[in-house]
Design a binder for this molecule. Sequence first.
Ligand code: S3P
Length: 472
Amino acid sequence: MPPRRPAVKFFPTMIRGRVFAKDRNRMDHPIAQPLRSHRAPGPLTGRVAVPGDKSISHRALMFGALAIGETRITGLLTGEDVLRTAAAMRALGAEVTRDPDGIWRVAGRGIGGLTEPADVLDMGNSGTAARLLCGILSTHPLFAVMTGDASLRGRPMRRVTDPLSKTGAQFMTREGGRLPMAIRGATDALPLEYRVPVPSAQVKSAVLLAGLNAPGITRVEEPEATRDHSENMLRHFGADVTVETVGNGRVITLVGQPELRAADVVVPGDPSSAAFPLVAALLVPGSRLTIPAVGLNPLRNGLLTTLLEMGADVTVRNQRMEGGEPVGDLDVGHSQLRAVDVPWDRAPSMIDEYPVLAVAASMAVGSTRMNGLRELRVKESDRLNATAALLTANGVKVEIDGDDMIVHGTGKPPAGGGLVATHMDHRIAMSALVLGLVTDQPVTADDAGFIETSFTDFIGLMNGAGADLRAP
Ligand code: S3P
């Protein structure tokens, strides 16, 4: 009898349909899955329920693992990024299971209770998973090694290892502060007082998470307010967190070594995923779509603000609170957009939405200037260049001026016909495919496989609403 394969419990979609490349340097990079977007044969209509919020999903699993008792999570994103976090928390000793009805349960170990992982923690494509976990590990007295895929191994980690070293933790990284890295967490950790030099919720959260297992007060100052899911959820789990607004920014304090108590979490639909069907419906003539239960956290809604300024027909209905976060249903109708100037201080509230906003701007009347996009250079790809290349390949005039991007829209569909290099970046792939719904010639994304990191069943949902996405 052939040996029985162990049941794959935590990666139901991880390996789905993927064939892994033989190339030694790209062992973790699946063979590309190109996808082509043809002009939508008619309007986009109906309801597109987007999957759970990625930021909140990572945090629910991590905080659940650090709490005492059983945390139940409804609506968790089962994209690959979040499954990496689930696997890492399990490797650190938490029990993480998924009920047949889709509810996830995390039996936590308590702060300080994580155990040494027996193997390398592979965070895949996820910067959030890697950086937040650095925070947790820095104040747990254990040894761990962390890596990621080729995209994540190219991303800067000093932004977290520099402040976290001050807890007493030791980090050994590859050249340039890149993954893989070895971490030895501090035994008698010191609490941090840190002013975050770049607007980054990941850095802020890493410092706060380190503070959970350090005695005394951890204080983080951010010059520009970034998404506050960590602060909100830490409170929800019983931590003592204060937030003070100072100018454009905030000062957050956390009282160390609280006893986090398990709490139920309801994950809202991800506004960063909703952005794709939202822009698609604005662009495809005659469309009218509903996107239910989308997160409306004010620190995430810069895209909505911008699209409304551009003349978008978007109505928010049924605003309510779910699991401590505001949510609402979005009704979207096709709209002729006009160009706007997007101020630099809006960037943190829409940092992941610029590629798809640039696609929307290519159909607007006039030139849209997006200011202060420096942070886009260190995302899953260099998104500033990748977005400009996406548009250029499809006949759109675009300029990069320092950290700003200017998209020259004509009010009409661009020519299309381009092959877009996605650079292992899910949002570049989805943005390209949205553009192809309106261009004269189809648009091809060279690899749509990474869409699974954040937006499960993107193709099914979009085609169900009337799009025409298919393999070339
Ligand atoms: C995230 C923060 C953002 C965002 C990322 C998710 C988070 O990154 O781009 O997709 O969950 O904290 P930065 O905080 O580094 O800008």
